[in-house]
Structures are given as C-alpha cells and as structure tokens.
Design a protein around this ligand. Structure first.
Ligand code: GAR
Length: 209
C-alpha cells in the first residue's frame, strides 16, 4: 500500500478526483492545506480522511512555513506527495526533501505558461490548443520532468473561464491516472524525461483528451 498526502489551497476538485478514483494500492493518508477554509478540506473530512491546515501567514519566512509543513507531511510517512492546486511557491529545501516523490498539476502545456493566469495568457497568445501538465516537482517553478499532458482545443469565443472548465475536465481524468502510474511503479525519471512503461506499450493515450 502506498501512502499519499495531498496538498490543496482551495476547492480541491483534483483532490476529489484522486480520492474518488479509489486507486488500487493507494491510501490517501491525509489532505493538508495552507488555508483552514479550503473547501476541499471539509469534503475530505466528511469522508473520514485526516485533514490539517497550517496558515502560511503565521510564519515569518517561506523557509519556516515549509519546514513546519514538512513535519506535518512526514508524520504520515508518504510515498508520494501530491500538489493539487496548492498555490505556494516551494523552497528548494522542500523540493529536495521530496525529490522523486512530489508531483504537481499545472493548467498549461508546459513549458509554456508557467506561473499564474495560464488560460488568459494562452488565449491572448492566440494558441489553438491548451491543456494541463502533471510533472515531478523540482526547485525551478513548473519545470520538472513531465509525467502526462492533456490537450484541449481553444475555441473561438473562449474566455479564461470557459477554457479553464474544458481543461479542468481533462485534469480530473489525467491526475488519478498519473497517481496510479506512480503507485504501480510505472514511472522512471531519466534526466528531464519520464519513462512510463504502460504508456509506451499502449501508445500515448494522453496526448489528446
Ligand atoms: C487546477 O486547475 C490546477 O491545475 C491549478 O489550480 C486549480 C486547482 O483546482 N493549479 C495551479 O494553478 C498550480 N500553479 P482544484 O482546487 O479544484 O483542484
């Protein structure tokens, strides 16, 4: 059984998708947040999952907050830490501590549009496709080895909200699959690439969602 700790900052719909997928060999040990009022925390608590929050505003440095967060996370002995809409920039120490067992979902086709406001920026840039990326986390923001990407069209008349909704539906399919691949030991990091035995055998089913 693999222990998974999920970090959220708000709604937590990706966390809900992962929990609801009931992935074989995966135990959701806890859902943690930097916001006590994150809607996803209540959803997880209702389902009997351990939840905790730590307000980043109570700490006088990013390092102090991350150190306290690491203590909380490590109490659950995680095999994998999942960032599911956790809207904090992480210290290099945090990233190094969880190297190879920390994954994030980002709402763009990386390496395009790292950071915030990805959908507005994709529309403004005139992109005809957009999407999401799931990647291992390294100290450089939104730049770690990519595990999976989902692609959607950008339609005439799209605004950031309509595009975000189309991408989110793909996020909810792709993220549980990536967690399942990790838990089953199917992901191997080679330099900046992730080799996925199952994907290679089946053809790349993630390219177009
Ligand atoms: C998701 O769209 C996720 O890709 C994005 O935040 C949203 C969280 O939604 N993550 C980032 O922007 C990370 N930089 P959720 O709380 O409903 O899962």
């Amino acid at each position: 059984m693999k222990n998974i700790v999920i970090l959220i900052s708000g709604r937590g719909s990706n966390m809900q998708a992962i929990v609801s997928a009931a992935i074989p060999n995966v135990r959701i040990a806890a859902v943690l947040s930097n916001r006590a009022d994150a809607a996803g925390l209540a959803w997880a608590a209702e389902r009997g999952i351990a939840t905790e929050s730590l307000n980043h505003k109570d700490f006088d440095s990013r390092f102090a907050f991350d150190t306290a967060m690491m203590e909380k996370i490590d109490a659950y002995a995680p095999d994998l830490v999942v960032l599911a809409g956790f809207m904090r920039i992480l210290t290099p120490q945090f990233c190094a501590h969880y190297e190879g067992r920390l994954i994030n979902i980002h709402p763009s086709l990386l390496p395009s549009f790292t950071g915030l406001h990805t959908h507005e920026r994709a529309i403004e840039a005139g992109c005809r496709v957009a999407g999401c990326s799931i990647h291992f986390v390294t100290a450089e923001l939104d730049c770690g080895p990519i595990i999976a990407q989902g692609v959607v069209p950008v339609l005439d008349g799209d605004n950031a909200d309509t595009l975000a909704a189309r991408v989110l539906a793909v996020e909810h399919k792709l993220f549980p699959q990536a967690v399942a691949d990790f838990a089953a030991g199917r992901l191997k990091i080679e330099g900046n690439r992730v080799i996925n035995q199952q994907r290679n055998a089946a053809g790349d089913q993630n390219l177009l969602a």
